[in-house]
Design a binder for this molecule. Structure first.
Ligand SMILES: [Zn+2]
Ligand SMILES: [Zn+2]
Length: 258
């Protein structure tokens, strides 16, 4: 073993791979490379990143960050990255030229490599956001006053439904809330549009448990896709006034519902 030497530099006493020491192998290997032109696709509305056909990391910064850069590097399988420092060389509105200084480990030795990266940022609405802006919806919750013939003033009704909706929102799961596309104010209450029918049903069920109302569900055909009928679901929720007829019934029902 001791007599073996690196075929490149002649050094002895170093671990060899195919007759070459790690130092020499590192010199002769591309440890970290960057693609010539990298593109990061960001949804300007929610900060999601497009990875392949999927959108990920919704809620991230809509600006390019170091988290976007590291995954763009092509790293040699025997390299472990320790740290990357990025320095901007030049930038236009959409393209940034950067130099990364990469501290890495390769076959037991520490190295620092330098890599140049040019990244173009592209803005595209993600699936969720474009559905929302395209007024796409699959379900609507109608928030209405009580079933009684009400003489409740419109402002009072809206203030009351506002409070109810705030409570429901606060107690909803985050994914139910993010399925709300938009809300419309009508003289008789509010319509809350959802991009996910299951989320709308979950919120209606929560309203039933929380306020003792009975959701009335109906469906209407709005199209066909892949040979299947597509329905939009309407969930009507009627909230009786606290002092109105039916309030007592609703309250007592609320306490017995699980
Ligand atoms: Zn060597
Ligand atoms: Zn988005």
């Amino acid at each position: 073993m001791e007599s073996e030497f690196c075929v490149v530099c002649g050094a002895t006493g170093r671990p060899l791979t195919d007759g070459v020491c790690a130092e020499c192998a590192a010199d002769r290997t591309a440890l970290v490379r960057a693609p010539e032109h990298a593109v990061v696709v960001i949804c300007p509305h929610c900060g999601a990143r497009k990875v392949g056909a999927q959108w990920e990391r919704s809620g991230s910064s809509p600006l390019l960050t170091a988290d976007d850069l590291a995954p763009l590097l092509r790293v040699h399988p025997e390299v472990g990255i320790r740290r990357i420092r990025w320095e901007e060389v030049s930038a236009t509105a959409t393209v940034r030229d950067l130099v990364g200084t990469v501290d890495l480990r390769f076959r037991g030795i520490e190295r620092t490599a330098s890599v140049r990266l040019s990244v173009r940022t592209e803005h595209q609405s993600c699936t969720d956001c474009s559905r929302k802006s395209g007024r796409y919806y699959t379900a609507v919750i109608q928030l209405r006053g009580g079933p009684e013939r009400s003489n409740e003033k419109s402002a009072a009704l809206h203030a009351r439904l506002d409070r109810i909706w705030s409570t429901l929102r606060a107690e909803s799961r985050a994914d139910w809330r993010s399925a709300v596309a938009w809300t419309e104010e009508l003289p008789e209450g509010y319509d809350v549009y959802f991009t996910q029918t299951l989320a709308a049903r979950a919120v209606a069920k929560l309203a039933k448990q929380r306020f003792g109302v009975r959701p009335k569900e109906s469906a209407s055909l709005f199209g066909r896709k892949d040979g299947q009928d597509i329905y939009r679901v309407t969930l009507c929720l009627r909230f009786p006034r606290d002092d109105g007829p039916g309030a007592e019934r609703a309250a007592s029902r609320a306490t017995v519902e699980p």
